[in-house]
Design a protein around this ligand. Structure first.
Ligand code: FAD
Length: 621
């Protein structure tokens, strides 16, 4: 009934969709096997993409030729560039999305991708012989042969949903849990753990009083995620609102603590520290009199509202009473209660940097199954697992990004070398080279690679090369173009900037902290006409490169130094246990993680600088 597939992707969440698309685009014959085809690319929690550090990841996925950026653009209802008042390393694109359109766009995109077949069923086990995966077994007992398998089961493995004292099996509300895979993998020698996450109640927007809330508009000139010309920025946007909890809300919530699965020990798994439930927030930060609530529409036309900041697993009657004490929510009608979910994950230290498992050849893991949280984190792993599964079949070396090249690399490198005990989400602070890893230059960093491996098309490459050469030309011209002191001193009179005594170049002027191209443009009409030939992207790129030139160069020098270690490969079967001088912990960790390079070895927690020097000597470097 089934041919032998090159890549079988289990699960069509954010990781699975990217994996299936990438592998198929690279020429692999792909089967996307998922429990329910009506929930392809379901946003399980908030209807939003991007945000701090996550927006950078979406741009990186896009630059490599993945789809999350395009799908987000096609389904967005509001766009904001967060942190504009800070330096460019912190600028982070974020969109509010239409939940139903997001899922629909993904499904359409996959249906239009040649080489992707679909099968709707639960996968209950893997076909494994001689330490190598050979396909999957489904719930009704079908055996589907596959050269590689990518597991992206999300929150479904032995998922248990909690609402107050009620507890039932499920992968998400209304969907069944996946059984069989964890047990088989543990039998094969994998270590599994338990994590938890939660989601807020949804309410009827018609029952809210928005006059009691602060309005939150999208950006005046909205941008978009994708570098391609397949999508356009929004011309119309929906607004969101902000309101706050208060003492009364907190007291009502507290009245249900004795029935909370979080506090009475029924939930064992660790939850996301940076996305805590409302009960967790009022418990941990008892001194705070209020917490912010973002009131977010779920789409263009629906009246359903997502109550961001109010994730909870308290009994539904307590949720309802507490909600109605929030300003603007006095008459709120609830569509569905919030809940928490516990699920199995596999500590990611059991993977290689390619996301293939160390234990079973040709088996890859991506997404929440690796202990992460968030759509963007999942999608980026799915993309890399899909790429590397396809390359394994094509007998090509895996694609492994460096920490200095992408947030995606920081994510995977952290997971594999440090592991994670609580749901891992990305932050800018996790990246040591964040001035290099900006949202504005992901295309310059990654599109060439995406094109080389057959994922990013020619048009993308051309656009990136044009942007690169236009930026270089513009920077050069701004270095040559000089402005007179009169023009500058008069034009920038209102700004708190030192006066100029002689002609200086636009490049030099731009290096001044408060002066941007926008201000300089108004000083000289010829310059304005000249600059108007360039796109907004090129102008912004040139400005950032000029302004932060010395900082960027410093980071680049550090990267070059580190790359020496990064490029030094350790033989696959290197015997760490045979080196007596290594510390006991270092030996154990190195043997477990089996780093591929000296650079990777240096980042494994438990491997000391002394261990590293000994290793360097043994490797004859
Ligand atoms: P998922 O999106 O979960 O997709 C898994 C897919 O696999 C589904 O399509 C499922 O049907 C399919 N599947 C599973 N097992 C099988 C099987 N055996 N056979 C066939 N198909 C299978 N993230 C945040 O960043 N912040 C939050 O606050 C947050 N809260 C959340 C609250 C809840 C209740 C849930 C459920 C998730 C929450 N998330 C949150 C997490 C976010 O939804 C995930 O990080 C993201 O969706 C993970 O993507 P994924 O592709 O790994 O898995």
């Amino acid at each position: 009934m089934f041919p032998e597939y090159d890549v079988i992707v289990v699960g069509a969440g954010h990781a699975g969709c990217e994996a299936a698309h990438a592998a198929a685009k690279m020429g692999a014959k792909v089967l996307l096997c998922t429990m329910n085809m009506n929930t392809i690319a379901q946003m399980s929690c908030n209807p939003a993409m991007g945000g701090v550090a996550k927006g950078q990841i979406v741009r990186e996925i896009d630059a490599l030729g993945g789809m999350s950026g395009i799908i987000s653009d096609k389904s967005m209802i509001q766009f904001r560039m967060l942190n504009r008042s800070k330096g460019p390393a912190m600028w982070s694109p974020r969109s509010q999305n239409d939940r139903m359109r997001f899922a629909e766009e993904w499904r359409l995109a996959l249906e239009q991708t040649p080489n992707v077949d679909f099968w709707q069923e639960m996968v209950s086990g893997l076909l494994v012989t001689d330490g190598r995966v050979r396909g999957v077994r489904t719930g009704i007992g079908l055996e589907i042969p596959g050269k590689t398998v990518v597991l992206t089961n999300g929150t479904f493995l032995n998922g248990v949903i909690h609402i107050g004292e009620k507890q039932f099996g499920g992968g998400r509300t209304g969907e069944s849990a996946a059984k069989g895979i964890t047990e088989q993998l543990v039998g094969l020698g994998f270590e599994a753990g338990r994590m938890k996450t939660g989601t807020p109640p949804r309410v009827d927007g018609r029952s809210l009083d928005y006059s009691k809330m602060e309005i939150q508009f999208g950006d005046e000139n909205p941008e978009k995620f994708s570098y391609s010309d397949e999508t356009q920025p929004l011309t119309e946007q929906r607004t969101c609102w902000i309101t706050y909890t208060n003492k009364e809300v907190h007291e009502t919530l507290e009245s249900g603590f004795d029935r909370s699965p979080m506090f009475n020990g029924r939930i064992q798994g660790l939850g996301p520290r940076y996305c805590p439930s409302i009960e967790d927030k009022i418990n941990r930060f008892a001194e705070r009199e209020r917490h912010q609530i973002f009131v977010e529409p779920e789409g263009w036309n629906t009246v359903e509202i997502y109550v961001n900041g109010f994730s909870t697993s308290l009994p539904e009657d307590v949720q309802y009473k507490a909600l109605r004490k929030i300003p603007g929510f006095e008459n709120a009608k609830m569509f569905r209660p919030g809940y928490a979910i516990e699920y199995d994950f596999f500590p990611p230290t059991q993977l290689k940097l390619s996301l293939e498992t160390q234990l079973i050849q040709n088996l890859f893991f991506a997404g929440q199954i690796n202990g992460t949280t968030g759509y963007e984190e999942a999608a980026s792993q799915g993309l890399m697992a899909g790429i590397n599964a396809a390359r394994k079949v094509q007998e090509e070396e895996p694609v492994i990004l460096k920490r200095s090249e992408a947030y995606i690399a920081v994510l995977i490198d952290d997971l594999i070398n440090k592991g994670t005990e609580e749901p891992y989400r990305m932050f800018t602070s996790r990246a040591e080279f964040r001035l290099l890893l900006r949202q504005d230059n992901a295309d310059l960093r990654l599109t060439q690679l995406g094109h080389q491996i057959g994922l990013a098309d020619d048009r993308r490459l051309e656009r990136m090369l044009d942007k690169k050469s236009d930026t270089a030309k513009l920077i050069n011209d701004l270095r040559q173009k000089k402005l007179s002191p009169d023009l500058i001193n008069e034009g920038l009179e209102d700004m708190d900037t030192a006066t100029v005594k002689e002609k200086i170049s636009v490049e030099k002027l731009l290096k001044r902290p408060q002066v941007g191209l926008k201000e300089i443009m108004d000083l000289d009409n010829d310059l304005k006409v000249y600059l108007s030939k360039y796109s907004k992207d090129v102008l912004e790129q040139a400005e950032i490169q000029i302004k932060y030139d010395s900082y960027i160069e410093k980071e680049q020098q550090m990267v070059d130094k580190l790359n020496n270690m990064e490029n030094f490969r350790i033989p696959v079967h290197f015997d760490y246990l045979a080196i007596p001088a290594l510390s006991a912990e270092g030996k154990q960790k190195l043997n477990k993680v089996r780093p591929e390079t000296l650079g990777q070895a240096s980042r494994i927690s438990g491997v000391s600088p002394a261990d590293l020097s000994i290793l360097t000597v043994y490797l004859g470097r």
